[in-house]
Write a protein that binds this ligand. Structure first.
Ligand code: BDR
Ligand code: CA
Length: 327
């Protein structure tokens, strides 16, 4: 257990969050210390059960904590996110997974407190992965910045430096949802903790194909079958809403950029400045000055496919080599 990489996952599951969590749970080199939920794709009462479903499905004892039910600037105003969320992910937020859940792993510790507790327990050893809005992380920073400086790294699914946004022309969804939180995270932490943005520049450079997903469904056992099932709606939406044939599984790619750095084909060090004015709200802008974050610009499709399949299908390494050889 001790030489495993310790990670915390902050998330708003979410179909692609679901794929990311399943991949992290299948990866034997990881010690997932906790799954921290935040409002984003759907409301907190919808995304939290999705995290619980996945730990039950995997039969793991991993604490699931509730975090913020609204954006930073709405705290105290009695505004909580309704469940309309993003239709991309279906009414249940996870592509109609149909999975049962229990409160077995539900912790009564708030997400930001859990984050701080774990960092105090393992200073400079934890890699934080964020797959949703950055509200919980900003709240942890506001509570105890000095402790947050003792994260080993933070890998953020969010932003877009050179590509058009997916929510507005300038903004990617996670950052757009709570740009003030993202601003706090970058401004307070980037000078102290290795910070990587896996934004749309990187994620859209890799579109997984139907045959790759089908292969996982055929050969990946119950985990593969679940992933294929929840991706069905996701891939339909990509085609009918965005004209993309295949799956850009943002949050999964983010986990794999951390755990399998060979999938990264191009990266840049940039100085990131969050934009919060109405027109550019949520834009991650690269500005002049000392670089403070790493931005992933390109992902290698074949390497990512192999890393993903080999993580999920531990017992079928040779089959993966045969069907998807190194390019
Ligand atoms: C991000 O937004 C969410 O809808 C996805 O889960 C992903 O984290 C992509 O912009
Ligand atoms: Ca997400």
């Amino acid at each position: 257990m001790d030489n495993k990489r310790k990670i915390l996952i902050d998330t708003d599951p979410g179909i692609d969050d679901g794929c990311a969590i399943l991949c992290a749970l299948a990866d034997e080199s990881l010690d997932v210390l906790g799954i921290l939920c935040v409002a984003g794709n759907k409301s907190l009462p919808v995304v939290t059960p999705n995290a619980l479903r996945l730990v039950d499905f995997e039969n793991r004892d991993i604490p699931v904590c509730k975090g913020s039910a609204c954006k930073l600037k709405e705290i105290g105003l009695n505004i909580v996110q309704e469940n309309e969320g993003v239709e991309f992910h279906g009414a249940d937020g996870m592509g109609g997974s149909g999975l049962e859940y229990t409160d077995r792993c539900l912790s009564d510790v708030k997400a930001w407190d859990f984050m701080l507790e774990k960092i105090k327990q393992y200073p400079d050893e934890i890699d934080l992965i964020t797959l949703g809005p950055l509200t919980n992380v900003a709240l942890a920073i506001q509570k105890d910045l000095e402790t947050m400086k003792h994260l080993r790294s933070i890998t953020i699914m969010g932003g877009s430096f050179e590509r058009k946004g997916n929510t507005t022309d300038y903004a990617e969804y996670n950052i757009w949802f709570d740009a003030e939180a993202a601003e706090i995270v970058v401004n307070e932490l980037a000078d102290y903790v290795d910070m990587t943005f896996v934004g749309l520049d990187g994620t859209h450079s890799c579109v997984l194909s139907f045959d790759e997903v089908a292969f996982l469904g055929f050969e990946g056992g119950r985990r593969g079958e679940l992933i294929q099932r929840i991706l069905k709606l996701y891939m339909e939406n990509y085609w009918f809403k965005d004209g993309i044939l295949g799956a850009v599984i943002h949050d999964l790619f983010t986990v794999l950029c951390l755990t399998h750095p060979e999938v990264i084909e191009e990266e840049k060090m940039v100085r990131c400045q969050l934009q919060t004015d109405p027109e550019h709200y949520g834009q991650t802008k690269a500005v002049e000055g000392k670089p403070n974050v790493r931005a992933i610009m390109k992902i290698n499709h074949r390497k990512l496919t192999r890393a993903w399949l080999k993580t999920i299908m531990k017992d079928k390494q040779e089959l993966v080599d045969q069907v998807f050889p190194e390019a």
